[in-house]
Design a protein around this ligand. Structure first.
Ligand code: TMP
Length: 219
């Protein structure tokens, strides 16, 4: 397999989506064959799952939508289902074809959000991540580290309404951030931190330097 799996991670509003797109343009300008994708929602099935997972919580006074519409373990299983489909349908074939895949979120999101954020059992999460990926790990994960409040303020400024997970408490988002901090410390070879509070240009520059350092095959 000549391809590479490069993942972008971070809390809400960390800037990963726009940095990933800039990175894709840069790689293409070097003549690298790039595929951009995301979780959840990198496949047709995944798009349905994404909608189910992220729909806003409406404050309905009665009916089945009252309260929390997705139970925590259900949420974990839906992210795993999305990932399993994504790995089979998109990631494996594109890696086999020698593509550089830029992926907006992957297994570390489940550890950070469902593990640290929700407090679900870590060994269950690791098992599900293994089942869903068949052991496929990222070659490199870029963690865009921004302060949780700054990220959420950016989100509120750029989107008219927040989705179900963005609507979670600030304490939840802080636990997610703690998750990324601990993951980066545990896997320094695979996860590289970038200061996401820098300017867009400086962040992109840092990402390009990291890719140059880690991916020896770049033209
Ligand atoms: P985003 O694509 O805009 O970042 O939205 C995806 C949301 O889903 C985000 O709030 C993080 C959340 N998420 C999880 O909670 N667990 C996961 O495994 C993944 C991939 C995403």
């Amino acid at each position: 397999m000549g391809g590479k799996l490069i993942v972008f991670e971070g809390v809400e509003g960390c800037g990963k989506t726009s940095q990933m797109l800039l990175c894709g343009e840069w790689l293409q300008s070097l003549g690298v064959s790039v595929v951009a994708t995301r979780e959840p929602g990198g496949t047709e099935l995944g798009l349905h799952l994404r909608r189910l997972l992220l729909e806003k919580v409406e404050n309905k006074p009665f009916g089945p939508a009252q309260g929390k519409p997705v139970a925590e373990v259900t949420e974990l299983l839906l992210y795993a289902a999305d990932r399993s489909q994504h790995v089979e349908q998109e990631l494996k074939p594109n890696l086999a074809a020698g593509k550089y895949i830029l992926c907006d979120r992957y297994t570390d999101s489940t550890i950070a959000y469902q593990g640290y954020g929700r407090g679900l059992n870590m060994s269950l999460i690791n098992q599900l991540n293994n089942i869903a990926t068949g052991g496929l790990e990222s070659d490199l994960t870029i963690w865009l580290d921004v302060d949780v409040e700054i990220g959420l303020t950016r989100k509120r400024g750029s989107e008219p309404t927040l989705d179900r997970i963005e609507q979670e408490t600030i304490a939840f988002h802080r636990r997610v951030q703690q998750g990324y901090t601990e993951l980066a410390a545990s896997y320094p070879e695979r996860i590289v931190r970038v200061d996401g509070s820098l300017s867009k240009e400086a962040v992109q520059q840092a990402i390009q330097e990291i890719l140059r350092g880690h991916l020896k095959g770049l033209p």
